[in-house]
Design a protein around this ligand. Structure first.
Ligand code: ZN
Length: 142
């Protein structure tokens, strides 16, 4: 199986425009930016899903995202807001199966948005919400 593109970036066999790098993480500009300054944060260790990632690395991704968000806001890009997006699994839209977070600077009128499906009104019933919560709580691990 060919090495994943993010692992190639980590190893330096795939070029990238880095914003930040340390022992655990790399942040680099997306090759196909949704908006100007669109950044990807990846852990260096190949892990497919956020749910499989070690806690310290998952936490480190959020801390780095926060710092990058600050930099974007201070930069001359003049961004007004930032979206932090992770897709965990194919049905969530994940295409590269190496954990990554999109840090997307937002500009007024940039045209980007998340599409929301019709709400399932059937699921708004309080008893149904309680049954749904019970299914999740039953397997929740602290
Ligand atoms: Zn990888």
């Amino acid at each position: 199986m060919p090495e994943c593109i993010f692992c190639r970036i980590v190893r330096g066999t795939q070029a990238s425009t880095k914003i930040f790098e340390d022992d655990n993480m790399i942040a680099f500009l997306d090759f196909k930016p949704i908006t100007k300054g669109h950044i990807l944060i990846i852990p260096k260790k190949h892990t497919e899903l956020l749910t499989e990632l070690e806690d310290n690395l998952a936490g480190g991704m959020i801390v780095l995202a926060k710092k990058i968000g600050k930099a974007l806001r201070k930069s001359k890009l003049n961004c007004h807001a930032v979206n932090y997006i992770m897709s965990d699994g194919a049905e969530a839209g994940q295409r590269i199966f190496h954990v990554h977070m999109h840090v997307i600077p937002r500009y007024r009128g940039d045209g980007f948005g998340l599409r929301m499906p019709e709400r399932d009104e059937d699921e708004e019933d309080e008893k149904k919400l309680e049954r749904t919560a019970a299914k999740i709580r039953k397997v929740f691990e602290r």
